[in-house]
Design a protein around this ligand. Structure first.
Ligand SMILES: *Cc1c(COP(=O)(O)O)cnc(C)c1O
Length: 337
């Protein structure tokens, strides 16, 4: 039995999803003629409480285009030190947009301390880059960002006339975990990038939502970076299937992650970070015996996860209860051997 907990990106499209992909109505989306893409963009925008949407091949490109759209060369965006946009997107905003990142260390709950944000905002002085945008991520490391924090960050952004962007790759997880509508998670931001290819199970795709003007501008940037796709309705159909069938079931992933966390807590020498799951993720740390050897041994038993000193185990639609039990057994066997 292979239990792949490396990421929720490893999910594969189910038969029903493949069927709607095969039968999707398509057109040339660069000409704005793909009805399935248009439907996906409209449906997600409405659900997220925004005017318009734009379909992208990846979340990396969606975040990049959001930053290129909002910021000019010589501007700066404020971002968490561990944020995907800063750390895991190959420095795209700096390389391709000449947008300087101002990374800030996170608090333990995944937020960026508001006083540190405020302290990093630069005065209007030609020595400095222009502070232009504040980017949050929700969930981050699986942790949901509280609604009250988001409201405070919005107020701070307004105070300093910063654009407010959300990397909402897993915003659906945040909504489901808190019993909120997607619009409650996304509505306070000027733009939000939403991933379809994580726990929602589509093979490809993200949608950027914002107001119409931002999306119009973003369309040019998307074309420039090579994201204009032709009969993309085949991919958008998967996204539509995902948002119509796979959102509520994220709660199952969260419950299984919690079961995994509880099954692993109390094992000698191993620590479940935060004492439980963060939505669909469990983070483990251990002492000296829990380095690469631990990871390699588990992989030999068919249990795959990522990490170096802190390991990340991600639950998704390809994981059932029996796999959770097996994962616990494998790790317990390592600990007691
Ligand atoms: C996965 C992910 C993205 C975008 O990923 P792609 O693989 O480029 O689609 C962006 N932000 C976060 C937080 C992610 O987890």
């Amino acid at each position: 039995m292979i239990i792949d907990l490396r990421s929720d990106t490893v999910t594969k499209p189910c038969d029903a999803m493949r069927k709607v992909m095969a039968n999707a109505e398509v057109g040339d989306d660069v000409y704005g003629e793909d009805p399935t893409v248009i439907q996906l963009e409209a449906q997600l925008a409405e659900r997220a409480g925004h005017q318009a949407g734009l379909f992208f091949p990846s979340g990396t490109q969606s975040n990049l285009v959001a930053l290129l759209t909002h910021c000019q060369r010589g501007d700066e965006y404020i971002v968490g030190q561990n944020a995907h946009t800063y750390k895991y997107e190959a420095g795209g905003a700096a390389v391709l947009g000449s947008i300087q990142p101002q990374p800030i260390e996170h608090s333990i709950d995944g937020t960026i301390p508001l006083d540190k944000i405020e302290a990093s905002i630069k005065a209007n002085d030609f020595h400095f880059a222009k502070s232009k945008l504040l980017a949050l991520e929700n969930t981050i490391g699986g942790k949901t960002i509280s609604q009250s924090y988001i409201a405070s960050a919005r107020a701070l952004a307004d105070n300093y006339e910063l654009v407010f962007h959300l990397d909402g790759a897993r915003a659906f997880n945040a909504a489901v975990a808190q019993g909120l509508e997607l619009s409650e998670i996304c509505g306070q931001f000027d733009s939000v990038s939403l991933c379809l290819s994580k726990g929602l199970g589509a093979p490809v795709g993200s949608v950027l939502v914002a107001d119409k003007q931002v999306i119009n501008d973003a369309r040019r940037w998307r074309k420039m970076v090579g994201g204009g796709m032709r009969q993309a309705g085949i991919l958008a159909a998967a996204g539509l299937y995902a948002i119509n069938h796979n959102i509520d079931r994220l709660a199952d992933d969260h419950a299984r992650a919690e079961r995994l966390a509880q099954g692993l807590s109390g094992l000698e020498g191993l620590n479940v970070e935060g004492g439980g799951a963060h939505t669909n993720m469990v983070y483990l740390s251990g002492g000296s015996g829990f380095g690469e050897a631990f990871q390699a041994w588990c992989a030999d038993q068919g249990l795959m996860f990522t990490g170096g000193s802190i390991f990340r185990l991600v639950v998704h639609s390809g994981i059932d209860d029996a796999m959770i039990d097996r994962a616990i057994d494998v790790i317990a066997a390592y600990v007691t051997k």
